[in-house]
Design a protein around this ligand. Structure first.
Ligand code: 2AM
Ligand code: CA
Length: 280
């Protein structure tokens, strides 16, 4: 039995079930995606909240939409979202939201952007959705219930990680910017790049994690500390049969300073070893 079966939904409808909560998570992803598409070539005013860290009007509108719908249905739940902030509840349920992940892509109408929605209970992610409307896909997972790619037709395809067991056979996804201060981890990531088969830099942590779960990538390296865009990866990849940890092999948590996801234990061990060699 998963925690989501055993914990009553605080503040939710009395007959709430994990399936209903999950359907709501998918509805939210769909609604945010429709908003994204309606503003695809009109992101509105773009601001730099930090150098090269963009926020558009659509980020803020998407966040408003998500938060208002969650508050209406689950007024007791905690919310942590990228632009408005918030807290993770130590005991109750928390929604982790990235209203537009891949904003730098979205701002120029590049199709690789998504909304990231996760539900956390205690230290576990119980539901997650990555909605990538320009791709026509919603990737979603429920703890113990499997991971799926839902296409625009509504058809659900089960997700399964790829089979590569060696870096030399792997497609590696990571976003490396030569700006900023995460130099040691960057060196480790570059070392992984040198040893893998091919590198993919997508500009969206949410899509990168979903694509690992789907078998389109074999290794995903995230070198930031942003729970709202890594949380879906943790659940999607675990439910698709893969491995997830922090960058030194410990459990990934909300305040880990990075996330490594791979197909299997053998590949995970190799990736961790190579990441560590780059630290020197
Ligand atoms: P964002 O679009 O929600 O900001 C590629 O840059 C990936 O890293 C995206 O998922 C992006 O999320 C994330 N990211 C997190 N912090 C960032 C920052 N300071 N600058 C650029 N991208 C950031
Ligand atoms: Ca964002």
């Amino acid at each position: 039995m998963s925690i989501s079966d055993s914990v009553p939904a605080p503040g939710g409808p009395a007959d709430e079930s994990p399936e209903k909560l999950h359907a709501f998570v998918r509805e939210l992803a769909q609604a945010a995606g429709e908003l994204h598409l309606s503003r695809l070539t009109d992101p509105g005013k773009i601001r730099e909240k930090a150098p090269k860290d963009l926020v558009t009007e659509v980020d803020l509108l998407s966040e408003e939409l998500l938060i208002s719908r969650i508050r209406e249905r689950y007024p007791e739940d905690a919310i942590l979202s990228e632009e408005q902030g918030g807290e993770i509840s130590p005991t109750g349920r928390t929604w982790l939201l990235d209203p537009v992940d891949g904003t730098a892509n979205f701002a120029r109408a590049n199709p690789l952007f998504c909304v990231c929605i996760s539900v956390a209970e205690g230290d576990r992610i119980t539901h997650a959705a990555v909605g990538a409307p320009r791709l026509g896909d919603i990737y979603h997972a429920r703890l113990g219930g499997g991971a799926y790619r839902e296409s625009a037709s509504g058809k659900a395809h089960p997700l399964r990680v790829g089979s590569a067991e060696r870096l030399a056979d792997s497609f590696v996804g990571a976003d490396v910017s030569y700006r900023g201060s995460n130099e040691p981890r960057k060196n480790g990531t570059l070392e992984v790049f040198k040893r893998c088969w091919q590198v993919r830099s997508l500009g969206s942590a949410g899509i990168r994690g979903a694509w690992l779960a789907a078998g389109y990538l074999d290794v995903s390296i995230g070198t930031r500390n942003t729970a709202w865009d890594y949380a879906p990866t943790a659940l999607l990849v675990a439910e698709a049969g893969g491995q997830v940890s922090n960058l030194t092999g410990g459990p990934w948590t909300y305040d880990s300073d990075g996330l490594l996801a791979t197909n299997n234990e053998t590949l995970h061990a190799e990736a961790l070893e190579v990441l560590a060699t780059g630290e020197g």
